[in-house]
Design a protein around this ligand. Structure first.
Ligand code: FES
Length: 138
């Protein structure tokens, strides 16, 4: 089983209502908190530089092959780490990443912006019409 990856925008700012952490951006602060909450063998933490939702900071996405992808925004840099870490563990344990809604914390329910279906190579090939495939190949 492939380990899930949690992408975090390291450049996201602290929201106006939250006090910052010196020069450290909110996203980097959240990453630092998650590093303390999660073991390296549980999940891959992948910092990214801007996820194009800067006005909804902090932003993150959780994904793994064959599993749903969760996209989160409006995460609190100073308070979201424990809930996010717990959700990552629930996600890793769920066969297709579908953590039952009732088991998700209120913070995760509120921060979940989108849930995308698993990306399966075969379904992508089927979704592309035959002519398009031959055009792409040449
Ligand atoms: S800086 Fe985080 S989404 Fe743009």
């Amino acid at each position: 089983m492939t380990q899930p990856t949690l992408f975090i925008c390291a450049l996201c700012k602290f929201p106006a209502a939250e006090s910052g952490a010196g020069d450290t951006p909110g996203g980097q602060h959240l990453l630092d908190q998650l590093t303390d909450c999660l073991k390296a063998e549980e999940i891959t933490l992948q910092p990214v530089r801007c996820m194009a939702a800067c006005d909804r900071a902090c932003n993150a996405a959780l994904s793994a092959p064959g599993k749903l992808t969760f996209i989160f925004n409006d995460l609190s840099p100073s308070q979201s780490a424990p809930d996010l870490a717990e959700f990552c563990r629930q996600y890793a344990a769920a066969a297709n990443g579908k953590v039952p809604y009732g088991l998700r914390s209120p913070a995760i329910k509120q921060a979940t912006a989108y849930v995308l279906p698993p990306l399966v190579a075969e379904s992508v090939e089927v979704a592309i019409p035959e002519r398009s495939v031959s055009r792409i190949a040449h």
